[in-house]
Design a binder for this molecule. Structure first.
Ligand code: NDP
Length: 300
């Protein structure tokens, strides 16, 4: 990701400047945790900006995107269902976002709209925060030696698969209800990365390896108390397995409960939400995100 050249007005510079705006484009958006995360961060750095919810019906998407070029608009976050469909509406798309085929952050840079994907690096930062992987001299996270079992093959799984493959993972197993979708994602990853990628639709065929990371990128557990992985399959995994559920609301899913009952290390998706938000903040403002302020706001 390239950095913005202009630092947005801060406490340090004492600049007042005009009122700035940034917001979330999606439909629906009312449930989002992003304002809760971003507004305290903007306030803490003295940036005179408001983080707004921009519910956008499909027929208004183009107008909404072009409005991001207006003076005082820093950019936007993008959520369901537009992470893929905004790509052709932007002026420049970051290579990682282009590879994933999804943008969750737009930056207005001198009236040119730049698209990024901060979900993928946000996931790696979250895993590292939970003690998984190592930080390299260039700031990237290495997952060398780990096997990742990725549950799901939808939008979130796609970003996760590219992030995992780029981190030097030893092997990637994609497990999805629809085998065809898992196979398509595996084939896509295999085009750019050398790590072996396997696709499965039946969890009973999973072969546990040491140093495994299990990541739930399905929506199973979001609305019902069910797990995307049968407990007897999870029980076969080694004691050093780390279980990450991208779901953050509810904070304790059935999968996390199963993992914790088996004394496996486990965490929910709040850390990924935090890190993708911090990376987006840095792209809009070119200032380090006040991570602990954002974390505290999210946990409140
Ligand atoms: P998609 O709709 O694109 O994908 C849904 C996935 O869930 C597919 O793999 C689908 O399988 C699977 N699935 C859905 N229902 C079932 C079911 N009943 N049984 C088995 N599999 C099922 O959603 P997203 O990828 O956008 O989001 C997935 C999850 O990730 C959501 O819970 C979302 O909240 C979370 N997320 C969290 C983020 C964070 O920051 N923590 C960021 C982004 C997403 P199939 O292909 O067979 O249909």
């Amino acid at each position: 990701m390239s950095a913005r050249n202009t630092v947005v007005g801060s406490k340090q510079s004492g600049s007042k400047g005009p009122q700035l705006r940034v917001g979330l484009i999606g439909d629906p958006v009312a449930h989002s945790f992003s304002p809760r995360l971003q507004q305290p961060a903007l306030n803490a750095l003295g940036i005179p900006a408001t983080y707004e919810l921009w519910r956008t019906p499909a027929e208004q998407l183009l107008v909404r995107i072009r409005a991001l070029c207006q003076q005082g608009c820093l950019g936007a976050n993008v959520t369901i269902p537009y992470k893929e469909s905004v790509l052709p509406l932007l002026d420049v798309v970051d290579p990682l976002a282009a590879q994933i085929g999804a943008v969750n952050t737009i930056v207005n840079r001198d009236d040119y709209l730049h698209g990024y994907n901060t979900d993928a690096p946000g996931l790696l930062r979250a895993l590292h925060e939970h003690g998984v992987g190592s930080l390299q001299a260039d700031g990237t996270i290495s997952l060398k030696g780990y096997t990742a079992v990725l549950l799901g093959a939808g939008g979130a799984a796609r970003g996760a698969a590219f992030a995992l493959a780029s981190s030097g993972i030893e092997r990637l197993v994609i497990l999805n209800r629809s085998l065809e979708r898992a196979q398509l994602l595996a084939a896509l990853i295999q085009k750019s990365y050398e790590c072996p990628v396997f696709s499965l639709s039946d969890p009973n065929f999973l072969i546990p390896h040491s140093s495994s990371i299990i990541i739930n990128a399905t929506s199973v557990g979001l609305h019902e108390e069910v797990s995307p992985l049968p407990a007897d399959v999870l029980a076969r995994f080694n004691a050093d397995t780390f279980v990450y559920d991208m779901i953050y609301n509810p904070i304790q899913t059935n999968l996390l409960l199963q993992a914790r009952t088996m004394e496996l290390r486990a965490a929910n998706g709040l850390s990924m939400l935090l890190h993708q938000g911090a990376l987006a903040f840095e792209l809009w403002t070119n200032q380090p995100a006040p991570l602990e302020i954002m974390r505290a706001a999210l946990m409140r």
